[in-house]
Design a protein around this ligand. Structure first.
Ligand code: ADP
Length: 211
């Protein structure tokens, strides 16, 4: 299975991606995390990436696609993966589609995590992450940067919703509320979407959810 999760910053994408990937037994590939790992290890790539991530701008498509391609080529992605934070522009989505098509495969579903703006800003200003065992705020969670990331999301990433709706892949999930409520809704949404795919194999057992 190949699944894409899209949603604005603060929608809980990373959290839900990890839960869902775990449940499906496949890796969650997060571009944000891949980039943060490069920044933290001080590589040349990390230096280039940090120029964009710290201001809340998107990393250029060529660089992003190269990082993702390298990750998806690893053996653990052979049976499927969940993409968290990629694609984030129409250009990235087209390159992903063409890359997969060249190998005769397609995405199974695109889940859109929907949350209203007020809740997003509230969640992100309260967000704490662990770095080397210490709880801290993410450098790009400063209020001005959060607002900028939301603007970037509306402008560059939100058009993907129509792109994937047109491709018949989009499933919207209400991502307001507690983590486990959203996880249950996400699971149910995926179940609905695999049921919608013509010729798709049914889920394992009744009520058990998607493969
Ligand atoms: P969030 O979804 O909360 O913004 P992420 O961890 O997904 O957080 O991303 C953090 C930052 O990494 C983004 O603001 C952006 O600068 C960069 N980034 C992540 N994914 C992409 C992508 N697909 N294309 C370009 N830049 C990206």
């Amino acid at each position: 299975m190949r699944i894409v999760l899209i949603g604005p910053p603060g929608s809980g994408k990373g959290t839900q991606a990890a839960l869902l990937a775990d449940r499906l037994g496949m890796p969650a590939v997060s571009t944000g995390e891949l980039f943060r790992a490069h920044v933290d290890s001080g590589t040349e790539l990390g230096r280039q990436v940090a120029a964009f991530t710290t201001s809340g701008d998107l990393v250029p498509d060529d660089l992003t696609v190269a990082v993702v391609a390298e990750r998806l080529a690893r053996p653990d992605c052979r049976q499927g993966y969940l993409l968290d934070g990629f694609p984030r522009t129409i250009g990235q989505a087209e390159r992903l589609r063409d890359e997969l098509a060249a190998r005769g495969i397609a995405l199974d579903a695109v889940l859109e995590l929907a949350v209203d703006d007020e809740e997003l800003v509230r969640r992100m200003s309260a967000r704490r992450v662990q770095v080397d065992g210490v709880w801290t705020t993410r450098a790009d969670d400063a209020p001005e940067t959060v607002r900028h990331r939301l603007v970037v999301y509306r402008e560059l990433t939100a058009p993907l919703v129509d792109f994937y709706r047109a491709a018949g892949l989009l499933v919207r999930v209400d991502a307001g509320g507690e983590v486990d409520e959203v996880a249950a809704r996400t699971w149910a949404a995926l179940d609905r979407s695999s049921a919608q795919q013509p010729g798709a194999a049914p889920p394992h057992g009744a009520g058990e959810g998607p493969r």
